[in-house]
Design a protein around this ligand. Structure first.
Ligand code: PMP
Ligand code: GLN
Length: 422
């Protein structure tokens, strides 16, 4: 999967040639019948969400022109109203929020505006792959610290933990940022309060800024508590909390995300945003603002979109777990999000899937599964640097799919007979 750089490519981008999303989207298009790879819903959200954008598009000129660069006024007000109580403070919509092109742009503006060449950025493995390329784009140095299984065969995302001593050793005078993803993609881990307190203590001790990517915040299942690190003592002033409409409203194509934090940090992101993207699309911001106001009025009620989405995904999670277990996979039950890690090693030997390349075995298994059984997945060692070996026992399945598709998987899983395939 190694790609040759285009001849005129600037040096600063040579480290980003391999991209799991591009690689697997290409393969998937060619072979897949069951796509549980890239994380996106295969059906639209409730009609009122779609309707909001259709309405805005037809309301004359106002929403068809540029809006405020730092964020459409109605949207930043709605974000402040929704997230203020979650973060336990009044948020100033005009200075403590920036709206970006998805969480992606919140992340990249944070990296580009806060990291100097040589600054160290702590990445907790497995990490959403973009964190590494963005660290390098900002000429920072990634410092990896793995979540490790606390038991031999993890059955829950809660079984993945940080070693406190190992973590502490990674902080140095050069550490600028801690990148936290809570809930985590791909494991689905929700960091416990004590774990966050440990991270917060180190950030404060070493004067480190925390970027907390919380895009899966509305998808935390019963049994886990989502604590926002910005709410811990001494953390608001050093934390940027990121979320997005992609996950909150299941519209990954609308490309609306936002960062919330102290003015001092949001001002930095704004300089990067202003000189790169400037303004995000007005109609989608207006539509998300309207949807947010609607959900805010029924927050935590069964009829709220966030509640309904979580309930639906919990049952999809359980359905997929049952089918994967019945097929013989060991699974790691996620506490949040819409990804399931399944351990494939009882299914196929490394020799069976060896394609003669040097790539990690989860990549080989994912390709083998795609070519031989038409199921598209994502190999999670793409999210690791130092713990590739542990992660390569798994593939990641996305269950934000229609029940029809999920039910079909059972038949495809049934064809997975290692002995037959040998
Ligand atoms: N962070 C994480 C952890 C993700 O999984 C994703 C992918 N959806 C993003 C950020 C990017 O989200 P968005 O679509 O809002 O840019
Ligand atoms: N966040 C999505 C996932 O984890 C992928 C986003 C992308 O296509 N880059 O599957």
């Amino acid at each position: 999967m190694t790609t040759q750089p285009p001849k005129r490519l600037a040096n600063r981008l040579h480290h980003c040639l391999e991209n799991i999303w591009l690689d697997f989207t290409r393969c998937k298009t060619k072979y897949s019948e069951i796509d549980v790879g890239v994380g996106l819903p295969d059906y639209p959200p409730s009609e009122h969400i779609q309707r909001a954008l259709a309405d805005v598009a037809m309301e004359g000129n106002t929403y068809l022109q540029y809006t405020r660069d730092q964020g459409h006024p109605r949207l930043v007000k709605a974000i402040a109203a929704l997230h203020g109580p979650l973060l336990g403070r009044d948020i100033d919509p005009m200075s403590e929020i920036i709206v970006t092109h998805g969480a992606y742009e919140s992340l990249v503006t944070a990296f580009l505006s806060l990291v100097n060449p040589g600054d160290e950025v702590i990445l907790i493995e497995p990490f959403f792959d973009a964190y590494k390329s963005m660290t390098k784009l900002a000429e920072g140095t990634p410092v990896y610290v793995p979540l490790r299984p606390s038991v031999e065969s993890p059955t829950s995302s809660a079984d993945w933990v940080l070693d406190p001593q190992e973590l502490e050793n990674k902080f140095s005078a050069n550490t600028k940022l801690l990148m936290l993803n809570n809930p985590n993609n791909p494991i689905g881990k929700v960091f416990k309060r004590e774990e966050l307190e440990m991270l917060a203590t180190l950030c404060i001790k070493h004067d480190v800024i925390c970027i907390s990517d919380e895009v899966y915040e509305w998808l935390v299942y019963p049994g886990a508590e989502h604590v926002r690190i910005a709410t811990l003592p001494g953390m608001w002033e050093r934390t940027i909390t990121i979320s997005s409409a992609s996950k909150s409203f299941s519209v990954t194509g609308w490309r609306v995300g936002w960062s919330i934090g102290p003015k001092e940090l949001i001002d930095c992101q704004m300089i990067s945003h202003q000189n790169g993207d400037a303004t995000c699309a007005t109609p989608v911001q207006e539509a998300i603002a309207r949807c947010m106001e609607i959900e805010l009025a029924k927050i935590n009620q069964p009829c709220c979109h966030f509640t309904q989405q979580r309930t639906a995904l919990l049952s999809k999670r359980n359905l997929l777990i049952e089918m994967a277990r019945n097929a013989g996979f060991k699974v790691c039950v996620p506490e949040a999000g819409y990804f399931l890690l399944v351990d494939w090693t009882a299914f196929a030997t490394r020799e069976m899937i060896d394609d003669g390349t040097n790539i990690a075995s989860d990549f080989q298994f994912a390709i083998w599964l795609l070519k031989n059984h038409k199921i598209a997945t994502i190999p999670p060692s793409a999210f690791c640097e130092e713990s590739k070996d542990t992660m390569s026992n798994y593939v990641r399945l996305c269950y934000f799919k229609t029940d029809e598709l999920l039910n079909k998987i059972e038949t495809y899983f049934a064809s997975l007979n290692p002995l037959k395939d040998c």
